[in-house]
Design a protein around this ligand. Sequence first.
Ligand code: HSE
Length: 438
Amino acid sequence: MAEPLGIGLVGCGTVGAGVAQILLNHPDRLAARAGRRLELRRIAVRDAARPRPVTLPAGLVGTDPRAVLTDPTVDVVVELVGGTTVARTVVLDALAAGKHVVTANKALLAEAGAEVFEAARAAGRAVCFEAAVAGGVPIIRALGESLAANQVTAIQGILNGTSNFILTSMAEGGMTYPAALAEAQRLGYAEADPTLDVDGSDAAHKLAVLAQIAFGVAARPDQIERHGIDTLDAQDIRFASELGYTIKLLAEAWTGASRDGGREVALHVAPVLLRHTNLLAQVRGAFNAISVHGDVVGETLYQGPGAGMMPTASSVVADLIDLAVGRAQATFAAARLWSREGKGFVVEPVERVRSRFYLRLTVADRPGVLADITRILADEGISISSVVQHEAGEAAKEPVPLVILTHTAETGRFRTALRKMAALPTVAAPPVSYSMGD
Ligand code: HSE
């Protein structure tokens, strides 16, 4: 059997403890898959006294990441610090020290992918990141390897387990938003700062990573329009359900022809209405799912646990096995990710994307109000597919909710209509709208 692969862990929180557990509990299984042993040789943690669900071997644990980076018996550094400051230094220093890197850090890849991958190429080392998107779901390999014969034409993903857990708990269990968020944190799904989960940033980071693989674009954060579930009103979940739809936080990439005859991709994270029968609508709890359309294969769907200790650790250890076998090094060199050799796509705003829309207006219950609104939609060429206004009684003085579903329209024109409606004196609150999938 070949020499063992020496592994150093930097960060041993939830996911790190899971990785250590797999390495320590299943050495023979891993050796059989990799053709060599995977040995945990050094671990750096922030707080050595913190209780962990795994007993780490005495003598391996310290608090200085440099002890991992400079250990000559460590071949691969697993970065599980999170964030983009210390983690960036750890990754760049590890590469400079001649180590391969495995990371679950989508924020780092989204923000500094070009720098990290260039440093890896300069050092002749590989960076593996299956765990960075959708936890235990092997979407990085699916996109980068298994679908390599395709040009991907669209991606729709539930990429944030915390948001999906909260939406499921609110829709099915009648839980309040704060209670559902607290439960997601207790179960270890949420980021250290859960704002990143619920405001769409975490899903946007993951979409940026997928877009790099699928379209060769390095999307800047401001090129991914994002709306989270933190501003979602429970009444929209109820109205959607009444109309036959489930609201999911989706990360979406749409491709099309650009005006100059090239190819463009629009990237978007937002709550979207999906029919109850849509498979993505049926993905519950902290699960993730990604639908990928390829021009050769058609639609493919990947689903599984997208967050939490063991699912994410499962992907980290798969990367370690790939490095031990030598597959990861070959794939990394061939893929040339973040290399500025794109696939001919440019990132465009979502204005030209066509969709159906859900619109909730808070309106005065007076003659002519609906006529004004439908006129504005008609002026923008937008056709109405359904209107719901619950009876408010004869004496209603308060504004009432009016829900409209549209037929397919261009996002830009729909937004123009929204601005005009918001200016109507009879519209009492900012219009609320979401796009609709099938
Ligand atoms: N906090 C993330 C989520 C998991 O809730 O999906 C790690 O990416």
